[in-house]
Structure formats: C-alpha cells, structure tokens
Design a protein around this ligand. Structure first.
Ligand code: GLU
Length: 499
C-alpha cells in the first residue's frame, strides 16, 4: 500500500507550485490505490498564519484533493519529537553547540568549504538550552535514488554538522519532517526540487533514527526509507523561477478570476508531466489512469497563463448551459451566495466582488437566455458580468472611446441611422432574425454595411463596441428598453455632449 503526503508550511498564500506538488501526490495515490495525507508543517511559529492553513484546505477542496485521513499538524506532535530527540541524543548522534554565527564565520572565513567547522564536536557540552548538531559521517556518500532524476550522490564530507534541534528543544524542519514521514509510514516522498539539498540530511537522520530505535533508548520502529521523487521547478514565461513577488502565483487568485477547478487541475497536471501525444485537455479519469512518477520530466515546467486560459475556455464551452449559469453565480449574484454561506470572489481578502448592477435588478431567467452566447465568448467567469451588465443596469455607462468611435466620429450619419432604427424597431417582429433584416435595411438607406450599421446601435444600447451578438442582445433586452436607449443616444447627440 502506498502512502504519500503533501506537507506545506503555512507561511504564505497557497501557490501554484504547491498545488502542483499536492496534485502529483494525489494523482499518484489514486493511480496506485494508496493513501494521500495532508500534513501541515507549522513549527515556525513566527511565520505561520492560521489563515494560510484555511487557504490550503479550501484550495485543496476546490481542486477536489481532500486528504484520505485526518489532517496532521506538526504543532500537535511536540511530545513525539521530544522522545525521538532524546533517543538520538542517547545514541550519540547529536552534540550540543554554543557557537554564535559570528564566531563560526570568524573561524571559517578563509576556508574553501563554507559551513560549520565542528568546533563543539568533542567539547561534551550539556544539551540544556543549546542547539544540537547532527554529527555527519566523515566519509562515504549518501545516495538519493530519485524516481525522476535517478541516482544522486552526496559526499558526506561536504555536509556540515547541521543543527537538528534548536536551543529551545524544538526540532528543525529536516528532523521533524523525517520523524513524521516515519510515523506516518510514508512510502514515497514527492516534493519540489528545491528540497533536494535537504534530502541527504533527511536520509542520514532516518538511519540514525533506525539505529536509535534498535538501541537501548528504543523510541520507535526500524522503518524502511521511502522512495523519493523531486518535481521540476516552475518557471514563468521568461524562463525565470516563478516568484511570489513577480508572478501571479496564488491559487486563490485564479479561483477568483473564474477558472474552473477541473480546468485548473488539468493544467497543473501538465506542469512537468504529459499524457503523451499532443493531448492537453485530459479528464480526471485519464489523469488518474495514466499518471506515473517515472514519466515526470526533469526540465523546468513553464507556467503559461495564456495556455491555462485557453484550456479553461474549452472547459467552459463544454458545460451544459444550466451548469454554466449555476457556476456563474459567485459573479452574478455574489450577495445571495455569501448569504447562503458559499464562496464568493474577494471575500477571503475582505473585499467581496460585487457585479456592476444592483442585486434586485439581476434576473436569472434573462441571463439564461443570453448564457449560451456568453459561454462561447468568455475564458473566465470574471468576464461574465461585463458581457451582460447592459441587461441589468438601468442606464449602462457609455464608454467614452466607444461613443467617439462609433457615434461622434460621424454624428450626422449616426443620428440618421439611430433614428431609422427607432422607427423600424417600433413596428417589426421582435426576434433576432427580424431585427437583423430590419437593421440591414436601415443601414442600406443610410449608406452603411451591416457592421457599420450595428456599431452605433450597440454603443447606444450596451455602452460599448464589444459584447455578445447584437440582435440576440436586443431581443433579450426588449423593445421598449431598446427604443428608449436609442432615443437617449439621439438626444445626447443633439445636446452635443460627448461629441
Ligand atoms: N514543509 C515543506 C515546505 O513547505 C515541504 C516538506 C516536504 O514536502 O517534505 O517547503
């Protein structure tokens, strides 16, 4: 039975690299019929934030990667670490050190190899109140057999006697991490390549813990080493390592922009792995069936937002219309969603998203009529309000550039056309095809082709030059309101405002 864990430190927003690590662990567990654990590595009390723990859990739930067992937290395991540290101390793997960083630097400044010089190794200091260093072997190599990278050798000589326990008695990351992996019977450690340098230290500690388990101090069981798989790092479009400061990396941000979790998950799966052929859109069942750690690439994986958006658009267009409408709700009726206790964009940061229309003016039945056309034209849900706001605003704001371009640039021509449309629309059948035929005729008598005839009407009715197909939009908005808005535009032209 395979057992894997995703072990984030809650010191910042949950970012795409972490989500990719979580996903690869999760896919591996599903593919092998194993167990996927979530372990919160919250021993760094100064940098941990509880809100980041919530962020991790909610992002994982959003991506459909809930852990199979109760969430583990390192902060609840202090006593267990103490027992293990005592055993390591008794077995002689650790020694106390009272050197300050300055002292070490002063002694080692002119050395070729950086790091601690072993000054306290033989001093026999008592452990209370002191940092404890691990006594690294003087010779030999520590080998990491990595499922992705193959065999990697680390000469022990090049490894300093690293601090494993702080002066307050708490274990450092690498020690707590291996004690946990042993206790949780982890069979495969799947994590970012950035952690590879700590892996030989972890292996040394693992063996020391085995020896301490067998010795008199006996604290636990001899436990087989896990297999390792270090995932390639993520780079941005310029090929630079994805950076929290430079790049949009928070998963919540993508959720707020209206990416579908199934599309986002699909895209994450392609970051360092591929299902073969040139397939990109692959459903969850295929991911689970085909994912193998051995097939993960070595080369850095490019995080390409355009590709993600494209994939998301494909997923969006495939949704049944009623599902598209339902899943648009956090962007169309966020007030209702929030009142029902559901997720709303921006709420986590204290600035919940609000669409441009007053809530009482939104009519889902009207939105349903437009939805199939909107669905064809957006790549993310956040674009939905801007596509349909003209239906739910009493007077959509006129975009000044659109007005200038489509109306004011040829005020007389636009006036003739708008007046012609008002007259024609009052008597015609109110359906997209009829509206199109009538508009074509009005355009012809004003000497304009259909596209040129549509533009002023679109701006007068929706406020902008771009949007969903015009005649469907007019049909949904209704005759009285269309005519009223066309008349208002004519009046604005006559008053000379904005021209
Ligand atoms: N807590 C570590 C981190 O967030 C990961 C530890 C691991 O996966 O082994 O970088």
């Amino acid at each position: 039975m395979t057992r894997v864990r995703f072990a984030p430190s809650p010191t910042g927003y949950f970012h795409v690299g972490s989500a990719r690590t979580a996903l690869f662990n999760w896919l591996f567990a599903r593919h092998t019929g194993g167990v996927f654990l979530l372990r919160i590595e919250d021993t760094d009390v100064e940098r941990n934030r509880e809100e980041h723990v919530d962020g991790i859990i909610s992002a994982m739930a959003w991506l459909g990667m809930a852990p199979d067992e109760a969430i583990e937290r390192q902060s609840a395991r202090t006593e267990r670490y103490r027992v293990a540290i005592d055993a390591l101390w008794e077995a002689g793997f650790l020694y106390a050190c009272d050197c300050t960083r300055d002292e070490v630097e002063a002694r080692t400044a002119d050395r070729a190899t950086p790091g601690y010089d072993g000054y306290c190794r033989a001093r026999g200091l008592a452990r209370e109140g002191r940092a404890l260093r691990y006594r690294t072997p003087d010779d030999g190599v520590t080998v990491v057999e990595d499922l992705i990278r193959g065999r990697i050798e680390f000469p022990n000589r090049a490894m300093e006697d690293f601090v494993a326990v702080r002066s307050d008695g708490k274990p450092l990351f690498v020690l707590a991490n291996v004690i946990d992996d042993r206790d949780m019977q982890i069979t495969h450690v799947v994590r970012g390549e950035d952690l590879l340098p700590t892996t030989p230290k972890g292996i040394l500690l693992w063996r020391a813990l085995d020896e301490a388990a067998e010795g008199e101090a006996g604290w636990g069981e001899v436990t087989p080493l896990p297999a390792w798989a270090h995932l390639p790092m993520l780079v941005n479009e310029q090929g630079k390592k994805l950076s929290k400061r430079r790049d949009p990396v928070a998963v919540e941000l993508y959720r707020e922009q209206g990416y579908l979790p199934e599309a986002f998950r699909n895209y994450l799966a392609l970051l360092g792995w591929s299902p073969g052929g040139d397939r990109e859109k692959v459903g969850l069942d295929v991911l689970v069936a085909e994912f193998r750690l051995e097939d993960v690439h070595h080369a850095p994986a490019r995080f390409d937002v355009q590709k993600l958006a494209h994939l998301n658009g494909e997923y969006l267009r495939e949704l049944p219309v009623d599902e598209f409408v339902a899943r648009s709700r956090p962007w169309t009726v966020p007030e209702e969603e929030a009142a029902a206790g559901r997720w709303v964009p921006g709420a986590a940061a204290g600035a919940p998203f609000r669409p441009p229309w007053p809530p009482e003016r939104f009519d889902e039945a009207v939105f349903v009529r437009m939805a199939p056309l909107v669905q064809e034209r957006v790549t993310r849900f956040e674009e939905v309000p801007g596509m349909v706001d003209f239906l739910f605003l009493a007077d959509p704001e006129l975009d000044e550039r659109s007005w200038q371009k489509a109306i004011a640039a040829d005020a007389d021509g636009a006036r003739a056309l708008l007046e012609g449309a008002i007259a024609a629309y009052q008597g015609c059948e109110w359906a997209p095809d009829d509206l199109k035929a009538v508009t074509l005729a009005v355009g012809e008598s004003a000497g304009r082709k259909l596209a040129k005839a549509q533009a002023p009407i679109r701006v007068a009715v929706t406020g902008r030059t771009v949007g969903p197909p015009l005649f469907e939009s007019l049909a949904v908005l209704g005759r009285a309101e269309v005519v009223r808005r066309l008349a208002a535009a004519v009046e604005r032209l006559s008053a000379g405002t904005g021209s």
